[in-house]
Design a protein around this ligand. Structure first.
Ligand code: ADP
Ligand code: ZN
Length: 751
């Protein structure tokens, strides 16, 4: 009834449009349309899919076009999700339509997926076209896509006719994935938990019980609150999440769990499936298109009580969300660095606030920002200080590579480079001898193995990006990790002509080879971006490890997360200081997190664990706090340094990146933008006077994928005025064919 008075709808189209467009609602649709439903609308000469975000009573616009057809019978995006999208668009300075693209996956926009099914019964049809359409479908295969019908009756109002047929009940319009559907609506994706493990419900420890009680009361009380569960590695945080999910379900609501990289956490999925059989939804980018599509629908239709997903699942269409969990909340993979540059943990808190529910963040190494929020009383802190079943934290030992002469990476020596200190070699042999598993972590952040001439110093670089090419031993080949450029390895140096090339740095392959010399009988597994590509899922490898079929697992960042293998008793860290050397104010924080997490993989079973960290800088405060398992100590030291340098959480940042194919033009435009911003600042000292404008300067990686890059960093104490100035930059910088401006609010990667 109310809608009668609102003859216009605001329709948002997933495209870089800043605002929704206004369309007229045909009288036949007044009763049926609601906010959050998809509709088909004309746009220029095309017909596109959009979402109704509002109804309005009047408009000053002249020529208004009509909505062609409703695409849903129920809203598929609820109000709080639309509000979240709107919030994200304002905060991240992104067009509202672009945010909708993140919320509504492409598989839900295509017309080819809509199928018309005739329904049994006789229908009195007055319109000629409706009769013809019905006869056509009934005559043919008994089903036709909307698109093929539109093609069959060109120039006629097929959509209007279909809408009438659907209203009469003569046809049903359903959505199907383009290719043969592997699973249908409502069917779970998981094949049930792994049989090899015991997934029964453990009795909570005293600390777990307290945390569970608190969360339970909070859930029952209703309303928004952010809780940070700071629990050491192996303290059983997952159990707290699971109980919270259970309670949420008892309250008739649904839960959303975000994890850093879902393909790497089969154990969590196993546990969820065991507790909530058939009621788990999964969303991540690794799913096939049709699986993604059917999962999305299961979730939107309310078939899943708990939804697990990586970063983008923050936009999952969970109805009645009562709990949002962010596991490993400190993890950098929650930050999206391209397109819509958002932070999923931060959006989780906003979504919880909009939905009026609980956000539960968990980590053994909370981000400095989150822990500071607890200290300031904005978040509630819950702690798990002990590992379950009285297991002790592993003993962490530093090995100073400078004094371990044997293991120096000697460029000129003819013998193979030694990667393991004497201490680590012996520990590996001993652990293998005792039939236990070991894990070797290669810290490769900001580090690449490259090929260098040891006589003239020549290094192979990518001709498109200004970074060193990575040297792959097995192929052998040189590879650019930014743009994918490949080059075969030659025997002689292109600069001086001598046969004096030598691989510098280390890759996981090299470690694998060295291990086979050290312990020839050991079964070695390798897990990094390269090794899991093509070889199927990391899940298979992971299962082998779980079953004890791998003695030593070698890997990069991937192996530091979430795994829980009882028999791993030794963890070795190679090149621990690499991640300290990147130009980023979070370098120490990331290093602390990485090392603490990987150390936490040791000794999770009955046997205590041991960690050996090889470094050239054992005196660095980060390593000291890793060794003493002292998060609070690290936090205090790090917070002091952030305060002194005015970095987050004491300031907010907006990173302006200017890029394009021509070096001179990019430099000019960056300088020009810098000047314009400074003029703006002078003209508005009250508003922007306190904002620091750093740069313009060339980016640390000056050239990437053939594009030159410059940057300006805005730093300010107040978020509001900072965003305003960043938005002003966008106005001052009209994109041209040869230069683009990207704005990254709360940046994580400034290379
Ligand atoms: P975290 O995420 O805090 O590192 P997990 O949640 O992975 O730790 O738990 C570590 C291990 O302890 C898992 O194998 C889990 O099944 C087990 N566990 C959790 N809670 C208990 C408990 N109360 N009693 C016994 N084992 C438990
Ligand atoms: Zn490149």
């Amino acid at each position: 009834m109310q809608r009668q008075a609102r003859p216009f709808a605001q329709v948002l189209i997933p495209s870089p449009l800043k605002e929704p467009l206004t369309y007229a609602v045909p009288p036949s649709m007044h009763e049926r349309l609601e906010i959050g439903m998809r509709v088909q609308v004309p746009l220029g000469k095309r017909k596109v899919t959009g979402v109704i975000v509002d109804f309005i009573a009047e408009t000053t616009l002249g020529k208004i076009r009509e909505i062609l057809a409703p695409l849903d019978e129920q809203p598929i995006l609820d109000r709080s999700l639309l509000q979240l999208a709107h919030w994200a668009s304002r905060y991240y300075l992104a067009p509202f339509g672009e945010v909708l693209s993140a919320v509504l996956p492409p598989t839900l926009r295509a017309e080819a997926r809509r199928v018309v099914l005739p329904q049994p019964g006789e229908f009195v049809l007055s319109a000629k076209l409706a009769k013809e359409i019905l006869a056509e479908i009934r005559g043919k295969k008994g089903r036709m896509t909307v698109k093929s019908l539109a093609r069959k009756f060109p120039g006629r109002s097929v959509y209007r006719a279909l809408d009438r047929l659907a209203a009469l009940g003569a046809v049903k319009i359903v959505e199907q994935p383009a290719r043969q559907q592997s699973r249908t609506h409502g069917e779970p994706l998981l094949d049930g938990p792994s049989k090899s493990a015991d997934w029964s419900k453990p009795t909570p420890t005293r600390e777990q019980k307290e945390a569970i009680e608190f969360v339970r009361e909070r859930l029952n009380g209703g309303g928004f609150e952010t809780i940070l569960l700071y629990g050491v590695t192996g303290s059983g945080k997952t159990e707290v999440y699971l109980r919270a999910v259970e309670e949420t379900r008892n309250l008739g609501k649904r839960s959303l769990i975000l994890v850093p990289e879902i393909s790497l956490t089969p154990q969590l999925l196993d546990r969820l499936e065991a507790r909530f059989p058939g009621r788990v939804g999964v969303l991540h980018s690794g799913l096939t298109r049709s699986d993604h599509w059917s999962q999305w629908w299961r979730i939107a239709a309310g078939f899943a009580d708990v939804v697990v997903g990586a970063r983008s699942a923050i936009f999952a269409p969970v109805l009645d969300v009562g709990l949002i969990v962010v596991d490993e909340e400190h993890d950098p993979s929650y930050k999206q660095d391209e397109g819509l540059r958002y932070h999923a943990r931060d959006l989780a808190i906003v979504r919880a606030k909009l939905a009026g529910c609980v956000a539960l963040l968990g980590s053994a190494t909370p981000s400095i920002e989150s822990f500071e929020n607890c200290r300031q009383g904005r978040y509630r802190l819950l702690e798990l200080t002990k590992r379950v079943e009285e297991r002790s934290l592993p003993r962490v030992e530093m090995v100073d590579l400078r004094s371990d002469r044997d293991s120096q990476l000697e460029i000129r020596s003819a013998k193979p480079i030694r990667l393991f200190s004497y201490r680590l070699s012996e520990a590996l042999k001993e652990n293998y001898g005792r039939g236990r598993q070991s894990l070797l972590f290669l810290n490769r952040r900001g580090f690449a193995n490259f090929l260098q001439c040891y006589l003239c110093g020549f290094v192979f670089r990518c001709s498109h990006c200004s970074v060193t090419l990575t040297y792959h031993l097995k192929r052998p080949q040189l590879f650019c990790h930014h743009c994918g450029f490949r080059q075969l390895v030659r025997d002689t140096c292109p600069a001086c002509g001598n046969s004096s090339l030598k691989g510098i740095g280390v890759g996981t392959q090299q470690i694998e080879e060295e291990l086979s010399r050290l312990i020839p009988q050991a079964r070695v597994g390798r897990m990094d971006r390269d090794s899991i590509q093509g070889k199927g899922s990391p899940e298979r490898l992971f299962r082998k490890w779980e079953k004890g079929e791998i003695d030593i697992m070698v890997g990069t960042q991937m192996i530091t997360k979430g795994h829980d293998i009882a028999k791993v008793t030794l963890v070795g860290v190679l090149l621990a200081d690499q991640s300290l050397n990147i130009p980023d104010f979070r370098a120490a924080e990331r290093t602390f997190q990485l090392l603490t997490q990987v150390a936490g993989r040791a000794g999770r079973g009955e046997e205590p664990g041991e960690v050996i960290v090889q470094t050239y800088a054992p005196e660095h405060y980060t390593f000291q706090y890793v060794a003493s398992h002292d998060y609070r100590g690290f936090f205090a030291a790090e917070l002091d340094s952030r305060r002194a340098l005015a970095y987050p959480p004491f300031a907010r940042l907006a990173h302006l990146k200017i890029e394009g194919p021509k070096a001179a033009e990019i430099e000019n435009r960056a300088r020009q933008l810098g000047e314009l911003l400074r003029e703006e600042q002078k003209a508005n000292p009250g508003r922007w006077g306190k904002i620091e404008i750093l740069g313009p300067a060339p980016a640390p990686i000056q050239k990437l994928r053939g594009r030159y890059r410059w940057q300006i960093l805005l730093k300010g104490k107040k978020g509001g005025s900072l965003l305003e100035l960043a938005a002003r930059a966008a106005d001052l910088f009209p994109d041209s064919r040869h230069s683009r401006l990207h704005i990254d609010v709360d940046p994580y990667n400034m290379l």
